[in-house]
Design a protein around this ligand. Structure first.
Ligand SMILES: [Zn+2]
Length: 74
C-alpha cells in the first residue's frame, strides 16, 4: 500500500489519501473519502446542523469518531 491521489466528487480536485490515513480508515471500517478535506469539512458542518434540527444524531454512531479523525489530520 502507498499514498493515493483521490478526486473529490464535489469539486473535482485531486487530494492526497495517505497510507497512514488509508490504514486508519480501514481499521475503523470507513470507506475511502470521496471529498477533499475542504469539502468534507463543509459537509460535516452541514450534517451536524441537520442532526441538531431533527434529532437523528443517535442513529449514526460512527459520525462522531469520523469527525474527530478528520480534524486530527487536517
Ligand atoms: Zn472538494
Amino acid at each position: 500500500m502507498k499514498d493515493q491521489t483521490l478526486y473529490c466528487v464535489q469539486c473535482d480536485e485531486p487530494f492526497a489519501f495517505s497510507f497512514r490515513d488509508q490504514e486508519k480508515f480501514s481499521q475503523r471500517g470507513f470507506d475511502p473519502p470521496r471529498r477533499c478535506p475542504a469539502c468534507r469539512q463543509h459537509r460535516v458542518r452541514m450534517e451536524d446542523t441537520v442532526h441538531n434540527r431533527d434529532g437523528r444524531g443517535r442513529n449514526r454512531p460512527r459520525r462522531r469518531p469520523h469527525h474527530d479523525e478528520e480534524r486530527a489530520y487536517l
